[in-house]
Design a protein around this ligand. Structure first.
Ligand code: NAI
Length: 725
């Protein structure tokens, strides 16, 4: 009947047409060129049928697991400023077709059979009625802003008209939140929830029967946007708070998407729907053709997908799932890891030196769950099931049968050796052996176990329940089997695994160390401390640099540095001091300021450990009024220090993939997301890697050889490539 390839036309005798989205070339449906053309054709055909009186109603659904995946990210990430006209026209084509669909004069129902994110929800919002199938994996929302974009298919125009400017911005647009079907129902994104596909189509049919000629609210004469618009005095009085809050949240970091979302929402609310669509398309085009969108799509979509789908996992090893895990050490990290495993359905034996300590670890889960229940994110039954999976113990014998071990005792190699000796003969004979060390070489720790090939590093981040990244560290002795099993375990507990090779500080700790050192070095040069903190915030770092070091404590990196220096010197090497070293030494030795846990650091703290102002002594002892470092240099030195060290990690084989570097830096150590991660930052720097290398040489001349471009960067720059090509 139809010559479209991505949309199936199914028409019954009563004149109800079901549009089944089913792109044969992909596992999901997206707004690619083929879909756009097909959708236009299908909508024109519906309009013809409606005009002839042969159309009773329309159901839009999909044959894929997801309803609709949204925009064509491959196309959007490749868009450059010179493509603006084409991007704008593409956005307008979709909008015009959706507009025709909602003004057919016949009922159109979205039968949302799976996730409807971004363009998928925009399609559903153009339908008069939305019914969602309640599946555990389904998510509904407009996450465009998290990829540096905005909804360009009428998502802003319609949410503003359905919910009002304030709610649309706060609930759906500015943070890009993804809701479970039940939450989507609660927020009014969908009208009904059903449990089976049969109910889904039956309810869609029933709604069509009951509503033969629905009209969208904004097409009813006299329609007003709920909550008012800038021309409503009460609303106008509060309006300035929006940009002010946004500025505060972004702290000057270069994220254009939230600003464009805000502007598009407010401006488009003041005009008719069709003009509003044009305004939205303009703001969308600006983002789609800009560098931040390219960066964020690369890292947070393509690289993330590559990482999660197992690019770093030995493919020959068969997939296994862990049923019972032993977590050694029920401190901050052990308790968090135990909770994450239990949440994923794994049975957990949580061992500490005393049963009281082990029980305290379990109490941490109880606390998290109490909050989740109070907020409606978990039920009492789910809480009880999860808690029943965690068994605290002080007895090694209780670990019999565990098929994986994750050690998180104090950071001490002798102690770690000892705890593995205690349990290695008790757990399953082929159990995977993991250490959550944050600094100790995996090769060194492996000396304490018998089955060295099964030993591997599994570096979680704190707080475990909120951090999505896990850094898997392959030691020189680790086998492929262990690497694959560690990878599968991380995926089993819903985390993102990057795989790195053993080295000092692995990838994450080593690279974040550069950022911290750079900030501290600026203090040593005499830069005003508040400027250093401000530079970190404006570069987009979630934690300011001096406050971060206060949290880590000044003594920890110092101890690691001293151990490293000893090792280098013992091996006959030459140690290069960092300009930060002297500042940290003075802070600790001369002023006794070791960080927040010590009650005093770069900041002052009250007796409850609450941070106060920057310590005035910094200005007195370090700051020199005559020093003036350009603010841009302060920001770039932080970003460059991490990016350059990541290139060295790649050069040295610590990192084995660019995707791991980008994803790991954003999700693990707070490298600003607008950059697309440590290596995408170099790709997307003005002038690409060559422009970046030239700027690095400038910084090296002004601030020290640590900014000199590594050979690998020079090579990539000379070849005119990027790290991702
Ligand atoms: P913590 O001090 O909170 O907990 C350590 C726990 O190990 C304590 O409960 C202690 O009683 C227990 N323990 C000591 N000896 C034991 C033994 N023989 N058997 C069983 N349990 C024993 O320390 P935290 O912060 O949880 O760190 C644990 C490990 O995780 C360390 O290796 C640390 O380097 C690493 N790590 C820490 C991160 C952090 O942000 N704190 C981040 C990533 C890794």
């Amino acid at each position: 009947m139809s010559d479209t390839t991505t949309i199936r036309w199914e028409q019954d005798q009563d004149g109800v047409v079901t549009l089944v989205l089913d792109d044969p070339t992909q596992s999901v449906n997206t707004m690619n060129e083929a879909f756009t053309a097909d959708f236009e054709a299908v909508v024109a055909r519906l309009a013809g049928l409606a005009a002839d009186g042969g159309l009773r109603g329309v159901v839009v659904t999909s044959a894929k697991r997801t309803f609709f995946a949204g925009g064509d990210l491959r196309m959007l990430s490749a868009a450059r400023p010179e493509d603006a006209a084409a991007v704008f026209e593409k956005s307008m084509r979709i909008k015009r077709a959706l507009r025709t669909l909602e003004t057919l004069g016949r009922p159109v129902v979205a039968a949302v059979n799976g996730s409807a994110l971004g363009g998928g929800l925009e399609l559903a919002l153009a339908c008069h009625h939305r019914i969602a199938l309640d599946t555990p994996a389904s998510r509904i929302g407009l996450p465009e802003v998290t990829l540096g974009l905005l909804p360009g298919g009428g998502g802003i125009v319609r949410t503003v008209r359905l919910f009002g400017i304030t709610d649309a911005l706060l609930k759906f647009l500015l943070e890009g939140r993804q809701y479970r079907p039940a939450q989507a129902l609660e927020h009014g994104l969908v009208h009904e929830l059903v449990d089976t596909p049969e109910e889904l189509s039956a309810r869609a049919r029933a709604w069509i029967e009951a509503n033969p000629a629905p009209v969208q609210p904004w097409d009813v004469k006299g329609y007003r946007i709920p909550g008012g618009t800038p021309s409503t005095p009460a609303f106008a009085a509060n309006l300035p708070a929006f940009p002010a809050n946004l500025r505060k949240q972004l702290a000057g970091a270069p994220y254009p998407a939230p600003r464009n979302v805000l502007a598009a929402a407010v401006e488009s609310a003041q005009v008719d729907v069709d003009t509003a669509m044009v305004i939205e398309a303009r703001y969308f085009t600006e983002l789609a053709c800009g560098q931040t969108g390219t960066n964020m799509i690369q890292a947070l979509f393509f690289d993330l997908q590559a990482v999660n789908s197992g690019a770093g996992r030995p493919a020959s090893v068969e997939k296994r799932t862990v049923r019972k895990v032993a977590v050694l050490g029920a401190g901050m990290m052990g308790a968090g890891i135990a909770h994450a495993c239990a949440k994923a359905g794994i049975e957990v034996l949580l061992k500490d030196v005393t049963i009281e300590a082990a029980e305290r670890g379990k109490a941490y889960s109880e606390g998290l769950l109490a909050k989740a229940v109070a907020r409606g994110r978990s039920t009492g039954a789910q809480r009880d099931e999860l808690l029943a999976r965690i068994t605290p113990t002080a007895e090694a014998a209780d670990l019999a049968g565990c098929d994986a071990v994750i050690e998180a005792v104090f950071e001490n190699p002798e102690l770690k050796h000892k705890v593995f000796q205690e349990i290695e003969g008790v757990v399953a004979p082929d159990a995977l052996l993991c250490s959550n060390t944050s600094t100790l070489p995996i090769g060194l720790l492996a000396e304490g176990v018998r089955r060295t090939a099964d030993f591997i590093g599994l570096h979680f981040f704190s707080p475990v329940d909120r951090m999505r990244l896990v850094e898997i560290i392959r030691g020189p002795q680790t086998g492929d089997e262990a690497l694959a099993r560690a990878f599968d375990l991380v995926r089993q507990i819903g985390r993102t695994p990057i795989v790195v090779n053993d080295s000092r500080g692995f990838f994450t700790s080593r690279v974040i160390g550069q950022f911290v050192n750079e900030g501290v070095a600026m203090i040593g040069e005499g830069v005003e401390p508040a400027s250093v903190e401000q530079a970190a915030a404006q570069a987009g770092y979630p934690a300011k640099v001096l406050s971060l070091l206060d949290e880590l404590t000044l003594t920890l990196p110092r101890r690691i540095r001293d151990e490293y220096r000893r090792a280098v010197e013992e091996a006959g090497g030459e140690w290069t001091a960092h300009p930060a070293d002297a500042v940290v030494d003075r802070m600790v030795d001369e002023f006794g300021r070791t960080g927040r846990s010590g009650g005093a650091g770069f900041y002052e703290y009250d007796e409850n450990g609450v941070r106060g102002r920057l310590w005035p002594g910094l200005r007195e002892h370090f700051t020199r009024a005559e020093v003036s470092v350009p603010f841009e240099d302060l920001k770039e030195r932080m970003l460059f220090s991490e990016a350059l060290d990541s290139v060295r990690c790649l050069e040295e084989g610590v990192l084995t993939s660019v995707a791991d570097a980008n994803v790991g830096s954003i999700l693990g150590i707070g490298f600003p997301a607008w950059t697309g991660g440590v290596l995408q930052y170099i790709n997307g720097y003005p002038g690409g890697p060559a422009g970046f290398a030239a700027r690095a040489r400038e910084l090296a001349a002004a601030y020290g050889e640590r900014f000199a471009p590594p050979a690998l960067l020079e090579r990539i720059a000379a070849e005119g490539r990027t790290f991702t090509d």
